[in-house]
Design a protein around this ligand. Structure first.
Ligand SMILES: *Cc1c(COP(=O)(O)O)cnc(C)c1O
Length: 760
């Protein structure tokens, strides 16, 4: 409990803010106004804090930062979380009600952006001096609404008159050949718990933002000076969208490079000392033009090409997030000529040097005049890291093998992590209390201590309490889902949850085929031991037709089952609308079975798997990404793995020998796939979309859902039957929580710092 004195101090600050902002006594402020007062207070407190000190500063460049709501995290970091709760309670309010007024910053797609947000949190928590650099998208990715069993896409404007953004007054001119746009710098503070310090997220914006589109998410992609920061990743299926992406990237890195050189100059150093004072992490290839841009600016400031290159090389490090070489960004040199002609001679020079020194290495500019962004990072940075052990291994020995033999010393692994402050302490207060009651507060600073929980693995009271907490979190989810979508969940059912972006490689379609399997079983009278609730959440990219067909199938199944009284008591499908960080915080504590079923070798790491593990969900997954490390940590009894291994899958691709028809014709599979075209589903859904999906599964199935389907069904059935031994299940939960500490982003960041940045 916080001291009364501290509560009164906070309250009086809010009283005077209330007078200043609304000319009202605090007690007369509406909940919305109380939220704004807390926001203003936190924003000011955080902004006034000094930055950490050091010789060297990190700049974490990312096209995405999926921050989530910030109020709770900031209250925690500022050390006034309990005090704020007490003041709110005096006013008859709950923190969760107040948070309803906080729009979620919509600055990311999914895992990659969320990783960047966890990393900022951990960089601050460890007291390291490091800022994020990105773009201030006004309408986010998009807001997802379901209409006629399909995904509808709407702008998601999140910037309100009172927001976490602080205008810095700084701006940097970014020259696009024939015109210049001034990049306005806006900051969001990233305060850290315990240190009294604060880092920043620097977001560049245009002076005059593009107006809110009247309908949908269409906008004029040629109005570059205004639309640069309208949406995150505009639909890039057409040439204009792809070109706009290059504009966005150059806008971010040119302004960012100028910011770096300005701060270096402010400290009294010149560009020839860049590497002593600056570390740069390039999160995936979106910010890769930073390398030639920095070199260009440093040469402009009088450095020789050789020393500019050397300084930049020693500063820059690159994180790879995509396994397939085909998934790595390649931009036509023409595009770069259009967007930033001043960059072309630099890129050509960098390419020429590689061609001379390493004629055997794949060139940066290939014979089709495509610029391979990752190759720029690999040749002209000092570190290349993958994001899970398996992923780094695949990079070294398959996708980036020629570079690994050239620069073995540059390659390293940094297994992803998540912030346990957000993903356990704040989102699951009951479990957090359970842990603290048994092992003390130490785990909040050092998650490796969670292993002490294993002392309780035979303690019946602890196991029962763990089950009771899960039930309570399921009830909380039930209430919220009813409030948000009007759907009724059965809290006594098993909650089987797959939440992530919709992508064929993540194989939501395979889970949908399981739903069909279970539906047909129940129709036959084979009832499960208890009702099952299969929950999905996630968005499909607006131009990704097949992913949208999969969403369509799931929404059709949801409706079919809901309206079938023979099945609905036993099986429910729920698609959560507009999956985002706030929804994740609600879903994750309530999950029993965590679906991590990507085709082996395709998911670089995953981070949802880690959050769910830490909240006592048991993983049902393939040996892919960080699932492999989860399996190593918890042992075979505490995870359900299935499916072909990564080497087997890689071999199938290499030999082009996977043939979905062979699997389709198996008696256990054909009825499931064909059910997609059953009269029942055709009566609900769009026959064209369902047929396209059916055909794809049967004839293409690029991500091999049918290959693993029978294995998947068997593994899931085993998990569901084991679930009935509640005590044994609770043990599995406890072991998963106890061994999840490795997946803290504090551990990831400590490794980045020790092995790549060396900040202090
Ligand atoms: C953690 C997270 C992700 C990443 O999930 P994966 O299962 O690793 O793909 C995506 N979106 C949100 C909102 C998240 O919180």
């Amino acid at each position: 409990m916080p001291e009364r004195k501290c509560i009164m101090k906070l309250k009086s600050r809010l009283e005077s803010l209330a007078q200043n902002s609304f000319a009202l006594p605090l007690i007369d402020c509406s909940p919305q106004q109380v939220f704004e007062l807390l926001l203003i207070l936190c924003r000011n407190l955080a902004y006034e804090r000094p930055a950490p000190k050091g010789e060297k500063k990190l700049y974490y460049f990312s096209a995405e930062f999926l921050l989530g709501k910030l109020l709770s995290n900031n209250l925690l970091a500022l050390g006034i979380y309990d005090e704020a709760k007490a003041v709110l309670s005096d006013l008859g309010l709950e923190l969760s009600e107040i948070e309803d007024f906080e729009p979620e910053p919509s600055l990311g797609n999914g895992g990659l952006g969320r990783l960047a947000a966890c990393f900022l949190d951990s960089i601050a928590a460890l007291g390291l001096w490091g800022d994020g650099v990105g773009l201030n998208y006004h309408y986010g990715l998009f807001f997802q609404r379901f209409e006629n069993h399909k995904q509808g896409e709407y702008p998601n404007p999140w910037i309100k008159p009172q927001s976490w953004l602080v205008e810095t007054g700084l701006s940097f001119p970014v020259s696009f050949g024939s015109f210049t746009v001034n990049a306005q710098l806006k900051d969001i503070s990233i305060p850290s718990a315990g240190t009294g310090l604060s880092n920043r997220l620097h977001l560049f914006d245009v002076e005059e933002p593009y107006p809110l589109p009247l309908s949908g998410i269409d906008f004029d992609k040629s109005d570059i000076p205004h639309c640069l920061t309208a949406f995150l990743y505009p639909d890039d299926s057409d040439e204009k969208g792809r070109l706009l992406r290059v504009y966005q990237q150059y806008f971010m890195v040119s302004a960012g490079a100028q910011l770096i050189l300005k701060e270096l100059d402010d400290k009294g150093f010149s560009p020839e000392n860049l590497a002593d004072h600056v570390s740069i992490q390039i999160n995936d290839t979106h910010p890769s033009m930073l390398i030639p841009e920095l070199i260009r600016l440093m040469v402009d400031r009088g450095l020789s090409m050789d020393s500019a290159i050397e300084q930049v090389r020693q500063s820059c490090a690159y994180t790879n997030h995509a396994i397939l070489a085909e998934a790595l960004e390649k931009w036509p040199l023409d595009f770069i000529e259009t967007v930033a002609p001043q960059l072309v001679p630099i890129i050509q020079e960098l390419d020429l040097r590689v061609k001379k020194a390493h004629p055997e290495s794949p060139p940066i500019i290939d014979e089709d005049e495509l610029v391979h962004m990752a190759y720029l990072d690999i040749h002209y940075g000092h570190s290349i890291n993958g994001v899970a052990a398996l992923h780094t291994d695949i990079l070294k020995h398959t996708e980036l093998a020629p570079f690994y033999s050239l620069y073995p010393e540059k390659f390293n692994n940094k297994t992803n992590g998540v912030s346990f402050r957000r993903w356990l302490e704040v989102c699951n207060p009951l479990l957090s209390g359970f842990i603290t009651k048994r092992i003390g507060e130490g785990w909040k600073k050092d998650t490796s201590i969670l292993t002490y929980l294993e002392d309780f693995v035979d303690d019946k009271d602890s196991l029962n309490e763990l089950l009771a907490i899960k039930s309570e979190n399921k009830r909380r989810l039930k209430q919220e889902i009813f409030r948000l979508q009007g759907a009724h969940l059965n809290e006594n059912s098993v909650f089987d949850i797959q939440i992530k972006r919709f992508h064929e490689y993540k194989r939501q379609q395979m889970n949908a085929l399981y739903v069909i399997y279970k539906y047909l079983e129940i129709k036959e009278g084979n009832l499960p031991p208890r009702p099952i609730t299969v929950i999905f959440g996630g968005k499909a990219a607006p131009a990704y037709t097949m992913a949208k067909h999969i969403i369509h199938l799931i929404l059709c199944l949801q409706s079919l089952i809901e309206n079938d009284p023979a099945v609905s008591p036993w099986l429910q499908v729920l698609m959560v609308e507009n999956y985002n960080v706030s929804k994740a915080e609600l879903l994750i504590p309530a999950c029993d079975i965590s679906e991590q079923i990507s085709l082996a070798s395709k998911e670089a790491s995953g981070t949802g798997n880690m959050k769910l593990m830490a909240n006592g969900a048991i993983t049902l997954g393939t040996m892919d990404g960080a699932n492999v490390e989860i399996a190593d940590l918890v042992g075979a009894e505490n995870i359900y793995t299935f499916g072909k291994s990564s080497p087997q899958v890689i071999k199938l691709y290499a030999e082009e020998s996977y043939e979905p028809l062979e699997f389709y014709h198996r008696s256990a599979i054909e009825p499931l796939v064909d059910f997609i075209l059953s009269p029942e589903l055709l009566a609900i859904g769009d026959p064209l979309a369902l047929t396209a999906l059916w055909k794809d599964l049967k004839h293409k199935d690029w991500f091999m859902s049918l290959l693993d389907l029978e294995d998947y069904i068997a593994a899931k059935e085993k998990a569901l039957s084991d679930y009935e031994n509640r005590e044994a299940w609770a043990k599995k939960m406890l072991i998963n929580i106890a061994r999840s500490g490795f997946f803290s982003s504090d551990r990831s960041i400590a490794q980045y710092n020790e092995e790549i940045w060396q900040l202090c």
